[in-house]
Structures are given as structure tokens and as C-alpha cells.
Design a protein around this ligand. Structure first.
Ligand code: G4P
Length: 521
């Protein structure tokens, strides 16, 4: 097995979008073109997730949103593509961000009638922060869209990224005729057929060609020529290096629902996007060709009723993963045999025998893994950084039925470990835990899963705390200052009711640091 070849043909990416822009539809169509599913609609990503997961997904179905993430795999044109599914609901959790830590590039889906929306901005910021390349797909061209130039302008000004259209739409809504491929100089003609395939492209050597006017109509022809003049005259041409640095996004247009423009996108996607990048570790960048290393970016309990266990999602960062291999869990220094490994895109679990950088492997987690953990043949490797997000709202939780305290504790522990919520404990030990979240939906998911998976009805009471800070500084000072609340790893934190309270504490305690995230992982 040629490791270098396997790395070069891996593409691992995630789709980011505001709810309803068409992420699920696009996922399904990509899987269709990748041959991973036979018929569009037969296994939608949403349905598949619902099958593979436990009942708490009923919440997802009720709301029609995708709460959790999984990894899907398909082969295309010799490339091995891993598609990470990121939750796309309004309210978000840490889960989304963590998943983006495992992606080498991202596809930003926009609804061409709505442009950049709130959730797009938040997710885009995470990708931008990581410096990963971002591609753009303007969706729903079969519906009336915003002015195309305005749409591009909006992306540039809101997201501070340069745009470079690689295709250009010919009309929209009832007048949508197709797309023009700027590099190949060809027109893809749109046909409004349910779940249909697009018609064969028409080579266009000369835009002035009257034959093209016959195909798309004289008005559309004139408009296309005028628009292309502007696009090619006024916009910077696509620059692969700027794209790889995350400074420029290639823009594609189409209609995912109609399969239109999807394959054109996929063809370019595999050649434009980079193979797995070196992992940032405390010892510097780790070459994907180095001996085996993987890191955990997500944990999930009770994926299915048939397998009541916890799964740790590992991304292979370097070398070849083999089932049963012996590695070091670098945080604890303990040796581990990775024998129970499975793929995540399947209704029935399939064992994974081997995997390469960029691949996602599900490991059965007997409680040893935490987010950001590294397993490696090199016992010294640790991740350079793994973001946690600072909770912004807090709730006190307790079990309605006191006899369920044990199950309550277990559920809180496991769901906090997954990042459903963050948990803080008063150090007097007697009181109920305080839950922290970024978005309110996280509390609802927590409540629902506690009942479904642990059989505990919980009562949540809103708390007046608004801010949390992790304390650092000389130990005696930290101890003296405040040792009333700690996080689930026993690190001292302080909770505040207002920014003013926090600022006062900072002012009064120049020796102490008040950090929005813990210093160590
Ligand atoms: P999401 O995962 O980003 O939330 O979006 P999803 O794919 O579920 O799409 C949201 C809605 O937009 C769906 O309609 C979907 O069919 C529709 N849609 C996706 N792509 C296109 C497109 O290219 N053109 C048009 N016109 N619509 C598109 P729905 O009514 O909510 O669901 P469904 O009944 O169609 O499944």
C-alpha cells in the first residue's frame, strides 16, 4: 500500500450553511454522484442519521433539523472523499466547531435568494480562523435569485473574502437557462426535471455564436455576454494559492434539488482542494507521512440502541491506521489497542481494517477518550490547540426523582464529555451541577437525551450567571480567591453575573488571569 498515494487522493471536507440553504440536499446529491447511494431520496442524510442513531433523533425529525454529525465516504474520479456532516441548526453547539477541526476544506452553501445569513457567518468565521480553503455554491437558481453581482459583493464585504466565479448562471427562477463554465468555455443547459440529470454540456467556442442564442434565447444570450464581460473584466481571476490560503473562494452556481451544477462542482472540487494538511502539534507540524497518529474531535454516547456504547470519532492525522494496532494514549501515557474500530456511514456498523490521513474512524470509547486527545505511536505528541467555546447561558440541573441520582450523574458526565453542554460543579459537593451552553438548543438536547437515554427526567432552572472564566495564576492565590466552582476536570472557574462584575474582579486581582477557555486541554 502506497501511503503517499493514499494521502494524495484523500479529500476531507464539511458543508457549512444556514438552515434551509440546501446542505442536506447537496450532501445527498454528492453521495449520489459518488455512487455511495443508488437513488436520490432513497437514503437521505437525514434519514440515514435517524436510522443510525438512538431515539433522541426523534427530536431532530420533529424539528426537521440535523443536530448531530457523522462522516460519509465516497469515491470520485480516483479520489477518496470524506464528507463530515455538520449540524446546521440556528442555535449551535460546540459539536459543529469541533467537526470543522477535522476538515481540510469547506463548502459554503448559500441560498441565492438570501445570500449570507447569520449561521453562515458564524461557521465561516471558524473556517477562516483555521485558514482552510472555502468553496462556495450558490444554490436554488431555479428560484428567483438576488442580483448575481450583489450576491458576490455581499460575500466579499460581509465575509472579507475575495470571490472568483468559476461558473456563471444564465438567468434565475423561471428564466434559469443553465450555467456557463468560465474555464472550459461551455454551457450546461438546465432542464427542470425532478431529480433529473443535467443535459450534456454544449461546447461554446465563441460567445458571439448565434447558435448559442438559439439555444438559450436572444435576450438571455445578450445578458450573458454583458455579464461575462463584467465578470472577466472587473473581477480578479481565480488564484489557486490565494484559495489555499483561505483568501479567495471559487464560486459555483446551480440547483442541488435539480442535481444541476453538482457534478460540475464535484469535478472541480477534487482537483482544487488540498489533501490532508500537517497536524499542528506541540512539537510542530506533523507530516501526514509520519508514523500513525490520530486525534479525537468528537464523542457521542448511545449512537444506537443496539450498541449502547460510546463512540469516539478519530481523524487519522498521519500514517496508516490498522485495526488492532497498539498505540499510546498520549494524555495518560497508557498503551491502547485500537481493536474496535468502525466506519460511521452505515446503518450496520462495518469494521474498519485500515485507514489513512483524512479518514474518520469510530472507536468504541470505554470512557478513556476526551475531545482533543491524541493516540499515536509517538508517546509525546499532543495537539497544539483545540478550541472550546465559552458558554454564554447557564442553567442549574437536577433530577426530578431523587432516586435517579446515580443515573443523573452518569448522564451529566457523559453528555458533558460529548460537549452537549459544559458542566460546572460547586465545590461543596452537595449542590446540583450548573450547565453552560453557547446556544439554548443545547439545553433542550440535554433534557431530551437525559430522559431518552438515561431514563432521568430533569428540571432545569435558569441561573443569573452570564459569564464564566477559568482562573490561572499562583496556586495559593487561585485557592484563596475562589475555589467555589470547578469544571468537570476539576479546574477552578469563576462565574459572573455581569461584565461589570468580571471587570471589577480583573481590576482587583492583577496577579490572576481570567481566561475564556481553560489553558490546558
Ligand atoms: P438544509 O440541510 O441546509 O437545512 O437544507 P435542505 O437540503 O433540507 O433544503 C431545504 C429546502 O430547500 C428543502 O425543501 C429542499 O428541497 C429545498 N432545496 C434544496 N435545494 C434546492 C434547489 O436547488 N432549489 C429549490 N427550489 N429548492 C431546493 P423542503 O420543502 O424544506 O423539503 P422537501 O420537502 O423538499 O424535502
Amino acid at each position: 500500500m502506497d501511503l503517499k498515494h493514499e494521502i494524495q487522493r484523500r479529500r476531507t471536507f464539511a458543508i457549512i450553511s444556514h438552515p434551509d440553504a440546501g446542505k442536506t440536499t447537496m450532501t445527498e446529491k454528492l453521495l449520489l454522484y459518488g455512487g455511495a447511494i443508488q437513488q436520490a431520496g432513497s437514503v437521505t442524510a437525514k434519514q440515514n442519521q435517524a436510522h443510525a442513531r438512538s431515539d433522541w433523533m426523534s427530536m431532530e425529525q420533529q424539528r426537521g433539523i440535523s443536530i448531530s454529525s457523522s462522516a460519509m465516504v465516497f469515491e470520485y474520479d480516483g479520489y477518496h472523499v470524506n464528507l463530515l456532516d455538520t449540524p446546521g441548526h440556528q442555535d449551535f453547539s460546540e459539536d459543529t466547531y469541533r467537526t470543522l477541526m477535522a476538515a481540510d476544506s469547506a463548502l459554503m452553501m448559500l441560498d441565492a435568494a438570501r445570500g449570507v445569513q447569520a449561521q453562515t457567518e458564524k461557521l465561516f468565521a471558524v473556517c477562516k480562523n483555521r485558514g482552510i480553503p472555502i468553496l462556495t455554491f450558490m444554490n436554488k437558481l431555479d428560484r428567483p435569485a438576488m442580483d448575481f453581482f450583489e450576491l458576490l459583493e455581499q460575500v466579499e464585504s460581509t465575509l472579507k473574502i475575495k470571490v472568483a466565479p468559476l461558473t456563471w448562471p444564465i438567468g434565475s427562477g423561471p428564466d434559469f437557462k443553465g450555467i456557463f463554465d468560465l474555464q472550459r468555455r461551455q454551457v450546461l443547459l438546465f432542464e427542470r426535471v425532478e431529480h433529473g440529470r443535467e443535459r450534456a454540456p454544449v461546447q461554446v467556442r465563441d460567445l458571439e455564436d448565434e447558435a448559442l442564442a438559439d439555444l438559450i434565447g436572444a435576450d438571455a444570450h445578450r445578458q450573458l455576454r454583458e455579464e461575462l464581460e463584467l465578470v472577466e473584466g472587473a473581477l480578479e481571476p481565480f488564484d489557486q494559492e490565494a484559495f489555499l490560503r483561505g483568501e479567495m473562494t471559487p464560486v459555483f452556481w446551480g440547483s442541488a434539488m435539480n442535481n444541476f451544477g453538482v457534478e460540475n462542482f464535484l469535478e472541480r472540487f477534487v482537483t482544487l482542494t488540498p489533501p490532508p494538511a500537517p497536524l499542528e502539534t506541540t512539537a510542530g507540524p506533523l507530516d501526514p507521512e509520519a508514523p500513525f497518529t490520530g486525534f479525537i474531535f468528537k464523542l457521542q454516547a448511545n449512537m444506537s440502541k443496539a450498541h449502547r456504547d460510546r463512540t469516539a470519532y478519530m481523524r487519522v492525522a498521519s500514517g496508516r491506521f490498522e485495526r488492532g494496532m497498539e498505540v499510546v494514549h498520549t494524555r495518560t501515557g497508557r498503551s491502547l489497542r485500537l481493536s474496535r474500530a468502525h466506519s460511521l456511514f452505515a446503518q450496520d456498523r462495518e469494521s474498519v481494517e485500515e485507514a489513512f490521513p483524512g479518514d474518520i474512524v469510530g472507536l468504541v470509547n470505554p470512557g478513556v477518550f476526551r475531545i482533543g486527545d491524541v493516540v499515536s505511536v509517538n508517546p509525546k505528541l499532543r495537539l497544539h490547540d483545540f478550541p472550546r467555546f465559552t458558554p454564554e447561558s447557564f442553567m442549574t440541573a437536577y433530577a426530578k426523582d431523587v432516586s435517579k441520582r446515580k443515573a443523573f450523574r452518569k448522564g451529566v458526565e457523559q453528555l458533558a464529555e460529548e460537549g452537549v453542554v459544559q458542566v460546572f460543579y460547586p465545590t461543596d459537593g452537595a449542590r446540583d451541577p450548573l450547565l453552560g451552553a453557547v446556544g439554548h438548543l443545547q439545553f433542550e438536547v440535554f433534557e431530551h437525551r437525559m430522559l431518552e437515554e438515561y431514563g432521568v427526567a430533569v428540571e432545569l432552572m435558569s441561573s443569573s450567571f452570564k459569564l464564566v472564566r477559568w482562573l490561572a495564576g499562583p496556586t495559593d492565590k487561585v485557592e484563596r480567591f475562589a475555589r467555589q466552582v470547578e469544571d468537570d476536570q476539576g479546574r477552578p472557574v469563576m462565574l459572573f453575573r455581569s461584565v461589570w462584575d468580571l471587570e471589577y474582579a480583573v481590576e482587583q486581582n492583577p496577579d490572576l488571569e481570567f481566561l475564556p477557555q481553560p489553558k490546558d486541554l
